[in-house]
Ligand binder design. Structure first.
Ligand code: CAA
Length: 262
C-alpha cells in the first residue's frame, strides 16, 4: 500500500519510513499522522520485520514540527484532538514490539524531536538541529515532548529547552544524551542501516522481550522492573534462539538465529 505523505519500504527484515512532505520540511499534518498510523500497523503486523527506521525525505529536514498552517486554523478543541492523535501515533512507535531508530537528517523541531524521542534511539547527521520551539508560537509541545524529553535528557535541560524554545546542534544533542551517534550527512543512513542490520540478525523473541522490558521497566520502580525482566528472561529461555545462541557459544561458532515467534 502506498501513502501520500510518507514512504514505507520493507526489505531485509527492516522497515524504513520516510516522512515525505519535503516542500513543507516534512511538517506533520492530520493526513500524515493517518498515513503513519496505518504504516505502523503494517510494520507491527509483519512478522518478518525486526527493526523500524524513521527518517525525513529531502536533505533539509527530518520533520520541522506540526504543520503550522493547519494548526493556525484549528479551534482549541480541534487542537486538543490533534495533540492527542499525535501522542497516540507516537506512542504506537514506542509500543511496537520491535526496536525503532530515528535517523535525523536535518531539522527535528517540535513534533520532529517528539517523533525521534518516541524511537528507541537516535542517530543524527552533523547538520541535524533539535528543539522544541512551540513556546515561540505561544504553545507548548503536544506530542509527548514535555514528557519524553525530560525522561531522556533530565528535567533541567528539558525545562531550559522548552522554556526558551532554543534549538541545539547534533553535537549538543550528543552531549545531552539525546543522540547516540553523530555522522557526516552522507554517512548517516549507512551507519543507521548497519546498526539496524546488526539488530535484525538477533533472535526475535529476545529482541521483543528486551524492548518490552526496558520500556515497561523504566516506567516503574526498580523492584517491579526486575520482576518484569525476570518473567521475560524465562520466556527467552524457552525460545529456539536461546538454544541456538548458547549451543553456538559452546561450539565456538557464530549463532544463526531463525527461531521466529513460535
Ligand atoms: N509547518 C508548516 N510549514 C512549514 C513548517 C511547519 N512546521 N516548517 C517549515 N514549513 C514550510 C515553510 O513555511 C516554507 O514553506 P514556503 O516555501 O511555502 O514558504 C518551507 O517549509 C521551507 O521553510 P523555510 O522557508 O522556513 O525554511 P528555512 O530554511 O528558512 O527555515 C526552519 C527552516 C528553521 C525549520 C523554519 O522553517 C521553521 O522555523 N519552521 C517551524 C519550526 C517550528 O516552529 N516547529 C514547531 C511546530 S509546532 C509543534 O510541533 C506543535 C506540537 O508539538 C503539537
Amino acid at each position: 500500500m502506498s501513502f501520500e505523505n510518507i514512504i514505507l519500504t520493507m526489505e531485509n527484515n527492516i522497515a524504513l519510513i520516510h516522512f515525505n512532505r519535503p516542500k513543507a520540511l516534512n511538517a506533520l499534518n492530520n493526513a500524515m499522522f493517518d498515513d503513519l498510523d496505518q504504516a505502523l500497523d503494517q510494520v507491527r503486523d509483519n512478522p518478518d520485520i525486526r527493526v523500524l527506521v524513521l527518517t525525513g525525505a529531502g536533505d533539509k529536514a527530518f520533520v520541522a514540527g506540526a504543520d503550522i498552517v493547519e494548526l493556525s486554523e484549528m479551534t482549541p478543541l480541534q487542537g486538543k484532538y490533534f495533540s492527542r492523535k499525535g501522542q497516540k501515533v507516537f506512542s504506537k512507535i514506542e509500543d511496537l514490539p520491535i526496536p525503532a531508530i530515528a535517523a535525523v537528517n536535518g531539522y527535528a523541531l517540535g513534533g520532529g524531536s517528539e517523533a525521534a524521542l518516541a524511537c528507541d534511539f537516535i542517530y543524527a547527521s552533523e547538520k541535524a538541529i533539535f528543539g522544541l520551539p512551540e513556546i515561540t508560537l505561544g504553545l507548548i509541545p503536544g506530542f509527548g515532548g514535555t514528557q519524553r524529553l525530560a525522561r531522556v535528557v533530565g528535567n533541567n535541560r528539558a525545562r531550559e529547552m522548552v522554556f526558551t524554545g532554543k534549538n541545539i546542534t547534533a553535537r549538543q544533542a550528543l552531549d545531552y544524551g539525546l543522540v547516540n551517534q553523530v555522522c557526516a550527512p552522507e554517512d548517516l543512513m549507512e551507519a543507521v542501516m548497519k546498526t539496524a542490520g546488526n539488530i535484525a540478525a538477533k533472535g526475535c523473541v529476545a529482541l521483543r522481550a528486551a524492548k518490552e522490558v526496558i520500556h515497561n521497566g523504566t516506567n516503574t520502580d526498580l523492584e517491579t522492573g526486575c520482576r518484569i525482566e525476570n518473567d521475560a528472561f524465562g520466556l527467552t529461555m524457552a525460545s529456539v534462539d536461546a538454544k541456538e545462541g548458547t549451543a553456538a557459544f559452546l561450539e565456538k561458532r557464530k549463532p544463526v538465529f531463525k527461531g521466529g515467534l513460535n
